[in-house]
Design a protein around this ligand. Structure first.
Ligand code: FER
Length: 284
C-alpha cells in the first residue's frame, strides 16, 4: 500500500512555463450566518494548462477552503504569496501525476471587502453555515461559467484547519452534491469546538445521524483525511478518525475513509502542500 510520504520535488515550487492560470469570480450571496443581508463574495479559480483549447472537454472541480483568519487567496498564493500550490499542481499535471482539474478557492468569511480578525468561535459559526453559499451560489456559478463535469463524482471539497471543519460540514450538508472530501488538519465541530477530540464517538454518531436525517444515508463517499503528528489539530482529528473507523465509516469502496499522518508535520501550509501532493491524485 502507498504510504503517502513522498516529498514535493524541489523544482515543483518553481514557476512552470506553460502552466495554468488564475481568474477570479465575484458573486452575490447573503450572510447565512446572521441576518441574511447581502454579501459580495469572491473566489479564485485555477484553470489548468490546455483549458482554453475547447476540444479538451470538461473538468473535475476541487474546492479548497482556507483556515481561520485566512481569505480566498491564501490557499493558492500561500501565506508568503509565492503561488506554491499553483506551481505544484502545474508540475503534477505536466508530469502526468494528476489529471487536469479546476480548483476553486472561496472564503467562509462574510464578504470579500471585509478584513477578518480571527476569532475561533466566530470562525466555527461561519464554517457551519458555509454550505449554504456553496450550494446556492458558488457551485451554480462555477458550473455555469466553466466547463466542469457537473456531478458529485467529479467534485471534491477540501480544506485546512477551519477549512477542514468546513469540509466536514459540507459533507454533512451537501453529500448529494459532492462525493470526495479532503479534510486536512481539522476535526468536525458538530458536537462542539474541537469536539472530534473531546467527544469522538459522539461526533461519529451525530455525523451519521445528520447524514441519515438529510436523506443522504445511501450515498457513496470518498474521504481522505491527513495531518501531521506535531499538528495542533492532530489529537482531535486522530481521535475522530479512529472513532469513525470503529463506527464503520470505512466499509467498502463506495464508503471509504482513508487517513494518513506525516512525521513532524505542523499546522501550516508548507505541510498541507506535501499532503495535497501525495493524496490529491487519489481523492477523486
Ligand atoms: C483543530 C485545531 C485547531 C481545528 C481547528 C483549529 C477544525 C484551528 C485553529 C485556529 O484557527 O486558530 O482541531 O479543527
Amino acid at each position: 500500500m502507498k504510504d503517502y510520504q513522498c516529498r514535493v520535488p524541489e523544482e515543483y515550487y518553481e514557476e512552470m512555463t506553460g502552466g495554468g492560470r488564475l481568474e477570479e469570480v465575484t458573486y452575490d450571496s447573503v450572510i447565512y450566518c446572521g441576518d441574511k443581508s447581502p454579501a459580495k463574495k469572491r473566489a479564485l479559480v485555477y484553470l489548468p494548462a490546455g483549458y482554453d483549447d475547447m476540444s479538451v472537454g470538461s473538468y473535475k472541480v476541487l474546492y479548497l477552503m482556507h483556515g481561520g483568519g485566512g481569505n480566498e487567496e491564501e490557499f493558492i498564493y500561500g501565506q508568503d504569496r509565492s503561488l506554491s500550490l499553483m506551481h505544484i499542481i502545474d508540475h503534477m499535471i505536466a508530469g502526468g501525476e494528476l489529471e487536469p482539474l479546476i480548483i476553486v478557492t472561496p472564503s467562509f468569511y462574510y464578504s470579500a471587502e471585509q478584513s477578518t480578525t480571527h476569532d475561533i468561535t466566530e470562525a466555527g459559526m461561519l464554517t457551519k453555515f458555509y454550505h449554504n453559499e456553496f450550494r446556492n451560489e458558488l457551485v451554480p456559478l462555477i458550473d455555469s461559467k466553466y466547463r466542469t463535469i457537473p456531478d458529485r463524482d467529479h467534485r471534491a471539497f477540501g480544506g485546512f484547519s477551519m477549512g477542514s471543519e468546513t469540509t466536514w460540514e459540507t459533507m454533512l450538508n451537501c453529500l448529494d452534491l459532492v462525493k470526495n472530501f479532503m479534510p486536512l488538519s481539522g476535526d468536525c465541530w458538530i458536537v462542539e469546538q474541537k469536539g472530534g477530540g473531546t467527544y469522538p464517538e459522539k461526533t461519529s454518531r451525530m455525523m451519521k445521524e445528520y447524514i441519515a436525517d438529510k436523506g443522504f444515508a445511501g450515498l457513496s463517499y470518498n474521504v481522505f483525511a491527513f495531518t501531521g503528528d506535531q499538528d495542533i489539530a492532530f489529537p482531535a482529528l486522530d481521535a475522530q478518525i479512529k472513532a469513525m473507523s470503529a463506527d464503520g465509516w470505512n466499509s467498502d469502496a463506495d464508503h471509504s475513509l482513508r487517513y494518513g499522518t506525516w512525521a513532524e508535520g505542523t499546522h501550516c501550509y508548507q505541510y498541507i502542500y506535501e499532503y495535497i501532493y501525495n493524496i490529491l491524485p487519489d481523492v477523486f
